[in-house]
Design a protein around this ligand. Structure first.
Ligand SMILES: Cc1ncc(COP(=O)(O)O)c(C=O)c1O
Length: 401
């Protein structure tokens, strides 16, 4: 345990209007069988308290007690740029940045901006299995999903550039998940360069969802897509946020970085004119600045703890349930587990998890049919909670913990 931070502390989040802990699987998954109380490790948020500096910044706003409209301050944007530069070697300019309530809302607006109107291309490329709300952001705005599935070779997912070749010509947008949720890949320079060159040649902008960019194992390095060359920069819409890194998703402050003026204007037109989202949440802005400015040490310790959780999970499953294959955690705090050797039917697997193991994980098939037979589990939780979930899972396959 870290001397300064106690990530082992179990904070009871039930009854706190928490999406992960208070929603019911019967409602969210539209089930026709009862489930009852489960241990929920599905939605990607942490069970850790945010850094003290963030809590103090939020308290300062609350104590002031005046909650009128806000703006994004220069000092907040400086904190964002400083963090991105120190951690990832890229300094985005302040005039390129806009604030949105989240990465998913930003994608909705970008899809609308690029695919709306007659004559516009309607295709948006995603790489399944991938974070499932991308699909609704595309289809919900009248665009069409173009799937460029990842190739699974052994226990490694790769981008399939041969498959992508023919698909870009009808694509108004490419959605890059970097690092990739749920498969945990951190893309290499060569992956990103090949992809970026293909997209630039096809005149297809890239939405680089880099929300998990800080959560990268020491053997890997996150490369901001926009950093890889001028043509990449000018063809990119990057989203970064304190939401995953510091567990601030509920405060809804996300930074959208668009260096290309014309692309930025098109996006801003939808953001402001159509959605009237020009006024950020004042608590979110204060929390974001404090997190990026003062939260580094907390994050480094949290990330060490999460990686130790991953090691714990790997060992636990290797000992008790070696048929479950655990994918390497290059990035994200989400472990991707292959249950196909134990249960090939994805509906039966879901039902077993919910009703026998009494755990709620994200079923792989919700990320696309490519994920059928897999489960995604959140690692950003106290060790005791993770151990309890693993114990329940192994017991449901007849192996005592
Ligand atoms: C890759 C990725 N993008 C977007 C989101 C959601 O972002 P937001 O809450 O900012 O819309 C998540 C949340 O888990 C995610 O993993």
């Amino acid at each position: 345990m870290s001397a300064k931070y106690n990530f082992d502390e179990v904070i009871d989040r039930r009854g706190t209007a928490s999406s992960r802990w208070d929603a019911r699987p019967e409602d969210v998954l539209n089930l026709d069988y009862p489930v009852g109380e489960v241990l929920p490790l599905w939605v990607a948020d942490m069970d850790f308290r945010a850094p003290d500096e963030v809590i103090e910044a939020v308290e300062a706003v609350v104590k002031r007690g005046v909650f009128g409209y806000g703006i994004v301050t220069d000092s907040c944007l400086d904190a964002v740029a400083d963090w991105e530069e120190q951690r990832h070697g890229w300094r985005p300019k302040k005039e390129w940045m806009l604030l949105a309530p989240g990465a998913v809302p930003a994608l909705h607006m970008l899809v609308r901006a690029l695919t709306g109107g007659s004559g516009a291309k309607k295709g948006v490329v995603i790489q399944r299995p991938v974070y499932y709300p991308f699909t609704s952001a595309i289809e919900g705005n009248g665009a069409v999903v173009v799937n460029n599935p990842l190739k699974l070779t052994g226990q490694r997912y790769e981008m399939d550039f041969d498959d992508l070749k023919g698909k870009l010509k009808d694509a108004a947008l490419f959605v890059l998940c970097s690092p990739h949720n749920p498969v945990g890949r951190v893309w290499s320079r060569s992956d990103l360069e090949t992809l970026g060159e293909m997209c630039a040649a096809a005149n297809t902008p890239v939405f680089a969802d880099e929300l998990h960019c800080d959560l990268v194992s020491p053997e890997h390095k996150h490369l901001p897509f926009a950093l890889l060359g001028e043509s990449f920069l000018m063809n990119s819409v990057t989203v970064i946020a304190p939401s995953k890194t510091f567990n601030l998703a509920g405060l809804q402050a996300t930074v959208v970085i668009i260096p290309n003026d014309s692309l930025r204007r098109r996006f801003a037109n939808v953001l402001y004119a159509q959605n009237a989202l020009m006024k950020p949440n004042i608590i979110g802005v204060a929390a974001m600045e404090a997190a990026f400015r003062w939260g580094g040490e907390w994050f480094d310790e949290a990330w060490k703890y999460i990686r130790a959780n991953y090691d714990f999970l790997v060992k636990y499953l290797a000992d008790k349930l070696p048929e479950v294959k655990v994918f390497p955690l290059e990035g994200t705090y989400l472990a991707w587990l292959d249950f196909r050797a134990l249960e090939s039917d994805p509906d039966r697997l879901r039902r077993r998890m919910l009703t026998e193991a009494k755990v709620w994980l994200d079923d792989g098939f919700i990320f696309g049919s490519e994920g059928a037979g897999f489960e995604r589990i959140v690692l950003a939780t106290p060790r005791a909670t993770l151990e309890e979930a693993l114990c329940r899972i192994t017991a449901s396959f007849g192996v005592p913990c």
